[in-house]
Design a protein around this ligand. Structure first.
Ligand code: UD1
Length: 375
């Protein structure tokens, strides 16, 4: 590719990265002023955590696979750092700029590897802060934003947080939310994929659950209390619960999986594809979650969301959206869930840049900074 356009490495590692990378890859290719190289770190590796997302979202097979797999935080981060540095040192053509997304270990590790070699990094979804350093993702966000050259912000609080940290204005760009780009594009197919029928539920009459945060699933006592909430919910409406591998492991280790199976309204299943999950979310009466992205998706869809976390790095989903962050208080979670079941819901307001075109804006910024000049 001698003489070709400068190359941008797009890094994906874990499940929530794929829906953010897909629109950016597409927009960069359409703009044509930068070549693209898709790098998969292998932080997630099961087909239902990775492969199915590439297929669903029409992402090509990765150009580079680092194959790092699961390990403790330090070890996983170190493995990614080492493998990605090796790639950067030998890449041909060389990498002009690295684009990282979100807040997983792959995001922080690849940023560190690139910056140490003098290669600029652009961070998509910059500036989010939960102000809770017990969350591994918060540490990844802070590290990534401190080091990245270009901070591409998805929600209003992000700009404010970066300014308060003293980041220079010329590093910050409010571009909007690429997850919503993917949602807008995939929603018709998601509605048609028949996931509700597959799971034996009817639109508007079930609850949809996602749970995987260490703070909810790693401690058996907390996990048991969360299950009690779900069992109570399953007495009112069917509960569709795709179980994340971390959660599955903790349920099995503590024997709590048997309780789930004895609750008649509970429909637990393996992790779902993007389209199935989106289709089920769009048709749910209420969503109970501890995910970051699901808070945004439900806000865009106008579906009530109960977030089982003490804080959110996405405050706009409470301010203008349908999200209620209930803290560790499961009685409050129940009250808010019942309000949603009874139809006492909030209408979401439009959020700047959540319009399906964030990736186009990102491609423009990247092309003007790093791309081949237009004649
Ligand atoms: C990671 C991210 C989290 C993100 C989540 C989405 C970090 C710090 N955490 O958390 O921000 O919300 O992904 O899923 O980057 N496992 C499998 N198959 C896989 C991947 C993992 O079985 O393909 C199992 C392994 O036992 C592993 C465990 O899940 O130890 C946890 O995986 P890991 O990537 O460490 O963290 P997540 O909880 O998935």
């Amino acid at each position: 590719m001698a003489g070709g356009p400068p190359i941008v490495d797009l890094v994906a590692g874990a499940r929530p990265n794929f829906m953010k990378v897909a629109p950016v890859l597409r927009a960069l290719e359409a703009a044509g002023r930068l070549g693209t190289r898709l790098v998969h770190t292998g932080q997630h590796y099961d087909d239902d955590m990775s492969g199915v997302f590439l297929r669903d979202l029409g992402i090509r097979q990765p150009d580079v696979s680092l194959g790092v797999g699961s390990a403790s935080h330090g070890r996983q981060t170190a493995r990614i750092l080492e493998a990605y540095e090796e790639h950067l040192l030998s890449a041909s053509p060389p990498t002009r700029v690295v684009v990282v997304v979100g807040d997983v270990n792959s995001t922080a590790a690849c940023t560190l590897a690139a910056v140490k070699l003098g290669i600029p990094v652009a961070h998509v979804e910059a500036g989010l802060r939960s102000f809770d350093r017990t969350m591994p993702e918060e540490v990844n966000r802070v590290v990534t934003d401190a080091l990245a050259d270009l901070l591409l912000v998805s929600e209003p609080a992000g700009e404010e947080n970066l300014r308060l940290e003293g980041i220079a204005e010329d590093r910050i760009r409010y571009v909007g939310n690429v997850m919503i780009d993917t949602l807008v594009r995939e929603l018709p197919a998601a509605r048609e994929c028949g996931a509700a029928t597959t799971h034996g539920v009817e639109a508007g009459s079930y609850a949809y659950i996602t749970l995987h945060r260490p703070s909810n699933v790693d401690d058996p006592e907390r996990l048991s209390a969360v299950l009690s909430l779900l069992e109570r919910l399953a007495e009112r409406v069917p509960v569709v619960f795709p179980v994340h591998p971390r959660t599955r492991a903790r349920l099995e280790a503590s024997g709590l999986d048997r309780r789930l199976d004895s609750s008649p309204g509970m429909r637990r299943c393996a992790p779902l594809s993007y389209r199935e999950s989106l289709g089920l979310m769009a048709g749910a009466r209420v969503v109970v979650t501890d995910s970051g992205g699901v808070q945004e998706e439900t806000t865009f869809l106008g579906v009530p969301c109960v977030t089982l976390r003490p804080n959110t790095e996405r405050p706009v989903t409470e301010r203008l959206g349908t999200n209620t962050v209930v803290g560790s208080d499961l009685e409050k979670a129940w009250t808010v869930t019942v309000e949603a079941l009874d139809g006492r819901t909030r209408e979401p307001q439009p959020i700047p840049g959540w319009d399906g075109r964030a990736a186009e804006r990102i491609a423009e910024v990247l092309a003007s900074r790093y791309g081949t000049p237009v004649d």
